[in-house]
Write a protein that binds this ligand. Structure first.
Ligand SMILES: [Zn+2]
Length: 395
């Protein structure tokens, strides 16, 4: 069964920073980049996206998949696969002779494609940077309190711990944090103890020098949906106004080069930033906020839409209340409606992973409890007979 780690809110973090790199500083002595100056991201667009250095905002934000020029890397059931773009055939990332590359095999822990869940946090995302893969994890099987950044070679043969991020003081798996890698910087948010903090660090440092970007306080305070944005980051934040947990206040912020600005104040369900605008779903539809003019307009007025995504070519919106099979609405980059895309049929649950300009990915729970990953060739998006294709199944 695929492990899906649910966000565990309200975990205590008091000890998190007392033992890390710049360990003995109090939080007020850490570099504090919080500022009300306006970041300039009005020119930010996926047209300037660099696959070698940039966070990949066209995948779902909890992505266990990344793209490179030749194809995709994706985790499935703790095994890492490479999917060649030309063949779309998934291959376990292991060249060891005689290895069977699956968990039923007696020596599966020695397979180069296997990433033990007690060390590697594949659920916190997989990242591609300067022709290597990255993910975060614990130091080893016996110590689940020290957080490291791991670098994996593209052929899977080499793994190394390249950066010690922090010592948590308690089990990393019990903590509510998020991580992304963008343009050589790591971004890490923690939520707990009615406080949420966002830090950045340079991954070239063997001992991370954590620099604070933001801190928010309030009941159930959280910083989440981190995405690379220009030379900085965008993220959602929010908390409840009181302990009755009835009224939630939050929105979207952008922080670039020491300047942080709140761009949206609303109960946002999902968002993307491109072409100098923030596209975000709220309860009554999809809105567009222009970063330069600071004006908001309506894109689509469908209630219950949950997800919005953009791949550089198409926008996708997703109505979670749809009957099975669920459908996405597809718009071009000028916001003109193109078509609807039906999710795979006879599937109990779909988890949208979205994708680059070429392919759309979905992780499915089938009726019989078997999981599978499927993809859709976007060049056939207007072809009514085009079908979802299974990459692999696992239990
Ligand atoms: Zn193997």
């Amino acid at each position: 069964m695929m492990k899906r780690v649910l966000a565990t809110a309200l975990v205590l973090f008091a000890a998190v920073f007392t033992a890390c790199g710049d360990g003995n500083k109090s939080s007020s002595e850490l570099n504090d980049n919080t500022s009300t100056n306006h970041p300039d991201v009005s020119g930010f667009s996926l047209d300037s996206f660099n696959i070698e250095t940039d966070y990949q905002p066209f995948f779902d934000d909890n992505n266990s998949i990344v793209a490179c020029e030749e194809g995709y890397y994706k985790f499935a059931d703790q095994f890492l696969y490479f999917i060649d773009k030309n063949t779309m055939q998934p291959i376990p990332l292991c060249a060891k002779p005689d290895c069977k590359h699956y968990s039923g095999y007696e020596n599966y822990e020695e397979c180069n494609a296997y990433f033990s869940p007690t060390v590697y946090m594949s659920d916190k995302g997989l990242f591609y940077y300067n022709s290597s893969l990255y993910l975060i994890g614990a130091i080893d099987e016996s110590n689940s309190q020290s957080l490291y950044l791991y670098k994996i070679s593209k052929d899977g043969s080499r793994r190394e711990r390249v950066c010690h991020i922090l010592d948590a003081g308690s089990d990393l798996n019990s903590m509510n944090f998020r991580f992304i890698l963008h343009k050589g910087n790591g971004y890490l948010s923690y939520s707990g103890d009615n406080k949420a903090e966002l830090f950045t660090f340079n991954i070239e440092d063997k001992e991370a020098k954590l620099s604070r970007i933001d801190e928010i306080q309030g009941y159930g305070a959280e910083i989440y949906r981190l995405k690379g944005c220009e030379n900085g980051i965008s993220y959602q934040y929010g908390s409840f106004t009181d302990d009755s947990l009835e009224t939630y206040e939050g929105g979207i912020k952008i922080s670039v080069e020491n300047k942080t600005e709140t761009v949206v104040k609303d109960a946002v369900k999902s968002y993307v930033i491109t072409n100098g605008s923030v596209y975000y779903e709220v309860s009554d539809g999809l809105k567009v906020y222009s970063i330069s003019s600071k004006k908001t307009r309506t894109f689509e007025t469908v209630d219950n839409n949950y997800s919005v995504n953009y791949d550089g070519k198409y926008f996708y919106t997703y109505d979670v209340m749809d009957e099975n099979p669920q459908t996405l609405s597809v718009y071009d980059s000028n916001e003109k409606y193109i078509t609807s895309l039906e999710m795979p049929e006879n599937i109990r649950q779909n988890f949208l992973l979205f994708g680059d300009e070429d392919n759309f990915f979905v992780n499915c729970c089938k009726q019989d409890g078997i999981w599978c990953d499927m993809y859709f060739d976007k060049s056939k998006i207007s072809d009514e007979n085009a079908e979802w294709i299974i990459l692999y199944e696992y239990s």
